[in-house]
Design a protein around this ligand. Structure first.
Ligand code: NAP
Length: 300
């Protein structure tokens, strides 16, 4: 009981402190809004990243070598951003993405790092800051599947997916926010999944990781809002990529029947929303949200 009372006291003190912080935040928000709206559009200068709030437009895209991550890296590069294209096992594909980015008017480097390995994640951010000095945007996109029914799922299948798809997102976010917090700005976009919203038979590991990413997104958004760092997640449904190409064709008819728009999404359709959340000045007031891009599968 005594513990409950002191917890209560601590909570009300915390709430008081938060209320004070919120009041201070109002005038700061007004100043930030003034600064943001006073800035001109950058579309005339391809060499500058389109989000003028971001001084250098340095973006890290994990798993940028293929599929959705590739489309995201290209979309950010096409806005004149400096893009670190992370890969795990396909340096050649990452190199092709980097080449395309330079042709589109952006800058790019490729950085190999397994997002399931803490020391490699550290090295990724070290490489980016050594090259460009900062990080403005982090897109946590790298992801894997190890599908099987729970009764057959081995600890390794569980751990591999949790390590890359959830712990990797946590560690990359920790590394990025360390850099972003000093500048008091930054945008983080996490690629979750509709499976993290509604679950899926045969994907207990993946669903737990993606559901975790959605919850992590909200915690990151709350923790870092005071430093104007936003964090949002996107929950794609079925998007055409190597990941979905691996799905047994016998399920395809059933899958398409479950999608109101009657087709798979394209990686570029996910990338368009990432570009908005990561770069557009109009997204500065959006944080802690999860957006499904799923052809209507999970609409309520
Ligand atoms: P994909 O085609 O299989 O591509 C996966 C990307 O992640 C590749 O660039 C791959 O790099 C990289 N990657 C894999 N493991 C990695 C690791 N340990 N460290 C660093 N990079 C790693 O997958 P996708 O369909 O584009 O999926 C991208 C993201 O969207 C994933 O998080 C996935 O869960 C999510 N998602 C996809 C769908 C969909 O329908 N496709 C739906 C919902 C959510 P390498 O080329 O080097 O192997």
């Amino acid at each position: 009981m005594a513990a409950a009372v002191s917890t209560q006291t601590a909570l009300s003190k915390l709430q008081g402190a938060r209320a004070l912080g919120q009041l201070r935040g109002v005038s700061r928000a007004a100043r930030l809004f003034k600064t943001a709206t006073a800035r001109p559009s950058s579309s005339s200068s391809p060499a500058v990243c389109s989000a003028l709030q971001l001084e250098s437009g340095v973006c890290v895209v994990t798993g940028g070598s293929r599929g959705i991550g590739k489309a995201i890296a290209l979309a950010l590069g096409a806005q004149g951003c400096k893009v670190a294209v992370n890969y795990s096992s396909s340096p050649d594909k990452a190199e092709e993405v980097a080449h395309e980015i330079t042709q589109l008017g952006g800058e790019a480097i490729i950085v190999g790092a397994n997002m399931g390995k803490p020391e490699e994640i550290d090295a990724l951010f070290k490489a980016v800051t050594e090259k460009w000095g900062t990080v403005d945007v982090l897109v946590n996109n790298a992801g894997i599947t190890r599908d099987t029914l729970m009764m057959r799922m081995k600890p390794d299948q569980w751990n591999d997916v949790i390590n890359v798809n959830l712990t990797g997102v946590f560690l990359a976010t920790q590394a990025a926010t360390k850099i972003m917090s000093k500048k008091r700005k930054g945008r983080i976009v996490n690629i979750a999944s509709v499976v993290g919203l509604v679950g899926n038979a045969g994907q207990a590991n993946y669903a737990a990781a993606k559901g975790g990413v959605i919850a992590l997104t909200k915690s990151v958004a709350r923790e870092w809002a005071g430093r104007s760092i936003t964090c949002n997640s996107i929950a794609p449904g079925f998007i055409a990529s190597d990941m979905t190409a691996a799905i047994d064709k016998k399920y395809e008819e059933g899958i398409l029947a479950s999608i109101p728009l009657g087709r798979y999404g394209q990686p570029e359709e996910v990338a368009g929303l990432v570009r908005f959340l990561a770069l557009d000045p109009a997204a500065a007031y959006i944080t802690g949200q999860t957006y499904a891009i799923d052809g209507g599968m999970t609409m309520q």
